[in-house]
Design a binder for this molecule. Structure first.
Ligand code: ADP
Length: 442
């Protein structure tokens, strides 16, 4: 449950309880104001005191007596009418004879009072108890209101504060955990660690998932950067060495224009190779680690492949003929930039490793709801042993090594793109007879 919902539910509950209490309060006070009659209270209080009067060893005991309570004033007299203990409202002293058990009224100024006498006979002596109360007294009601207010309100207040505090603490505790975990991940350089918050309010779980996604992206970017740096430094070493050696050679040789042009040609060749390598490496790394976005769209792949073949210009045609057999209206979900790279890389290889004056056959066929792209050549072929290696980064068959136009990244890119589309890439080849590359797009 979300923290927002918890807090709202709690305070709604508290308000409902408060409303219910106010209702009960009103009902209690209402019924009390109907039943609360000062005369009844006066008689009850006098009789209560009569039951509490004690005479011990010739002494009057008044420890348990209530001379003044809830608006009722009681006075205690001996048989001679001498006041022993008592209380009365200021200026009120009824000059009336004792008459036990009779409720009487008398006026004191503007105010009317009830008066009630009781006699307690204690064998050795007797005690008169005289109680009086104002006929309009509301002390009983006030007493009830006071009791209700002083007990219920503090309880409700404590409950509201305590409950609210506990909910707020529960809601924000995962935040502390997230901060601690995030700190330890960033401090410890452990980008593989994740928060994985399973308990707590839904907002915190969402926050934790967002953090985890961010850490995953960070980890991928970091890994991509590291791999790119290591691959680039490794693969650029050879062309850089060649460039430096060529510069050195040019400087030491007799400086004819032709010598310089030859050296510049070598340097230019290496520069192009480096540029292609860096570009391919960058796209491959970005795709592998998901650091670049490649939106997919469902479209006519036949037209697209046709146009890719039309636009493709081989580095060296070597008398090779390209034949295409493209089924019409084959639809598939693909990314155009990546798909054009697949066609280009396969055609480039087919021309490069095809035999002089040979053939290349490119076909596109519908397969289920997807497509199968096939590029076949009748070139040098690939040995069975090498077929498992050709998809690896930078791998080049011995025969191809030294061919400075290649980077060893073309096929790993094809495989990566096919898998990015949810498909696969495979090869069927025989040494000396030719190769068939098959790319499946589901
Ligand atoms: P390269 O830049 O070297 O062509 P690729 O990844 O495209 O890198 O290919 C890897 C290796 O696979 C090549 O060096 C080559 O030995 C082999 N290869 C690729 N395509 C073919 C093909 N059509 N015929 C024969 N061998 C091929």
């Amino acid at each position: 449950m979300s923290a927002k919902l918890r807090l709202t539910a709690w305070f709604t509950l508290m308000v409902l309880i408060l409303a219910a209490m106010v209702l009960v309060f009103v009902l209690v006070i209402n019924s009390y104001s109907i039943t609360d009659d000062p005369a009844g209270r006066l008689v009850r209080m006098v009789m209560h005191n009569a039951g509490e009067v004690e005479f011990d060893k010739g002494r009057f005991e008044w420890d348990d007596l209530d001379p003044c309570r809830r608006g009722v004033y009681c006075s205690f007299y001996d048989d001679e009418g001498q006041l022993l203990l008592g209380a009365a409202p200021e200026g009120v002293s009824p000059e009336l004879n004792f008459e036990p058990g009779i409720l009487r009224t008398f006026m004191a100024g503007e105010q009317e009072y009830y008066l009630y006498d009781a006699y307690v006979d204690m064998d050795v002596a007797g005690i008169w108890i005289r109680g009086l109360v104002s006929t309009t007294d509301r002390s009983g009601l006030m007493h009830t209101i006071l009791v209700l207010t002083c007990t219920l309100l503090p309880v409700l207040l404590l409950l509201t504060i305590g409950g609210g505090w506990l909910i707020a603490r529960g809601a924000f505790k995962p935040m502390e955990d997230i901060l601690t975990a995030a700190d330890s991940i960033s401090d410890g350089d452990d980008l593989t660690a994740r928060l994985n918050l399973r308990r707590g309010p839904s907002e915190m779980k969402r926050l934790s998932r967002a953090f985890d996604r961010m850490f995953t992206r960070l980890e991928h970017s970091f890994n991509a950067e590291r791999q790119f740096a290591s691959d680039a430094s490794h693969e650029l070493r050879t062309p850089i060495t060649v460039i430096l050696a060529e510069c050195d050679r040019a400087r030491r040789k007799d400086e004819t224009k032709e010598d310089f042009l030859e050296s510049i040609g070598v340097i230019e060749e290496q520069g192009k190779h480096m540029s292609e390598l860096v570009q391919q490496l960058l796209s491959l790394t970005r795709m592998q680690h998901g650091t670049d976005k490649y939106p997919m769209r469902r479209a006519d792949l036949s037209i697209f492949v046709e146009s890719c073949c039309g636009e493709f210009v081989p580095a060296d045609r070597r008398g090779i003929t390209l034949e295409t057999d493209i089924e019409e209206n084959v639809e598939a979900a693909y990314n155009p930039a990546l798909m054009s790279r697949v066609v280009q890389n396969l055609l480039q290889n087919a021309y490069k490793y095809g035999k002089e004056g040979g053939h290349i056959w490119l076909s596109l066929r519908r397969h289920g709801s997807g497509a199968v792209l096939t590029v076949r050549d009748d070139g040098i072929g690939i040995s069975k042993a090498d077929q498992s290696h050709i998809w690896q980064r930078f791998w080049q068959a011995d025969a191809a090594r030294g061919d400075e136009s290649g980077t060893g990244l073309g096929l790993s890119m094809v495989k990566e793109i096919a898998e990015f589309h949810g498909g696969s890439a495979s090869v069927e080849s025989e040494l000396g007879k030719g190769s068939t590359f098959i790319v499946n797009i589901p």
